[in-house]
Design a protein around this ligand. Structure first.
Ligand SMILES: NC(=O)c1ccc[n+]([C@@H]2O[C@H](COP(=O)([O-])OP(=O)(O)OC[C@H]3O[C@@H](n4cnc5c(N)ncnc54)[C@H](OP(=O)(O)O)[C@@H]3O)[C@@H](O)[C@H]2O)c1
Length: 261
């Protein structure tokens, strides 16, 4: 029986490498969660060929919009064994989604939150299952009183670092809630990869997309990824995460995200 993996941002540098590496495990059926149909179809064809696995398909979703994530969940049939939250954006100018939320918070934070929350019934029903949140070591300056940069001056670097701190905090919040159901939730830093995202942030990147995909794919496939939960990993190694240790802040962020549903 194949295991079903859903990967967001699978047209991007790291996401496409994650999806292809998973498809190379013949036990996986891989679903690419993408925004644009043409790009999605191209990525499916490329990954099917490269991995030699025909069981690759796409679903269209804009993770920055609650209504779009909900629509994907509503039309989802069958089990879900691995969810990899990886889609992210970091526009240089402050932008809002059609639902009126600052774009980077909506995509990088609420996108991860909604994918886990709204798919939680499928994840529980298919257990043992795993969620992997692609975060970053470049994280910090989260302000619980100004998550959407209404008071602070927006710079995309600050908003990005906040969002990646939030990914790591929410990993702990969901891990606690889903542990009784056999669903593990872990976060990781992928590596510094040259991508649109890293370029928007003013960086290049010296590791390859395949190297960047290594730790997320390891968490999705190695027994460690089912044994451990609520942890943060760099280069396959559990790494202390001070953001996840502040339980009051973790719970406050979880409650703030819940209010956006
Ligand atoms: N690159 C690095 O050095 C680095 C370092 C640390 C952590 N990371 C993390 O790694 C992850 C992947 O980054 P990357 O470097 O591979 O970036 P990337 O190449 O720019 O890819 C980003 C992906 O996210 C998708 N996406 C953006 N907004 C979306 C939305 N609203 N709905 C659905 N999909 C959306 C993009 O889709 P489109 O193709 O449709 O735009 C693209 O597939 C991110 O979580 C990032 O924070 C990256």
């Amino acid at each position: 029986m194949s295991r079903i993996a859903l990967v967001t941002g699978a047209t991007g540098a790291i996401g496409k490498a994650i999806a292809r590496q998973l498809a190379e495990h013949e036990t996986f059926e891989v679903v690419l969660a993408c925004r644009y149909e043409e790009k999605a179809q191209q990525a499916v064809t490329e990954i099917q060929r490269a991995a030699g696995n025909p069981n690759v398909r796409y679903e269209l979703v804009d993770v920055s919009r609650h209504s779009s994530v909900q629509a994907l969940v509503n039309r989802w049939r069958g089990p879900l064994h691995v969810l990899i939250n990886n889609a992210a954006a970091s526009p240089r100018q402050q932008q809002e989604t059609p639902e009126g939320i600052e774009l980077q918070f909506a995509t990088n934070v609420l996108g991860y939150f909604w994918m886990i929350q709204l798919f939680s019934e499928q994840l529980k029903a298919s257990a043992p299952t795993r969620v992997i949140n692609v975060a970053s070591y470049w994280a910090g300056d989260l302000d619980l009183t100004d998550l959407e940069f209404k008071r602070r001056r927006y710079t995309n670097g600050t908003a990005y670092r906040q969002s990646k701190q939030a990914n790591r905090m929410l990993t702990v919040a969901f891990a606690t809630r889903l542990k009784p159901y056999g669903v593990t939730v872990n976060a990781c830093h992928p590596g510094d990869v040259n991508s649109r995202l890293s370029n928007d942030l003013g960086f290049g990147g010296q590791t390859t997309p395949d190297e960047g995909a290594d730790t997320p794919v390891w968490l999705a496939t190695d027994p460690a990824g089912q044994r451990e939960t609520g942890k943060y990993f760099e280069q396959r190694r559990e790494t202390r995460c001070r953001f996840g240790e502040d339980t009051a802040a973790v719970e406050a962020l979880y409650a703030a995200c819940l209010a956006y549903a």
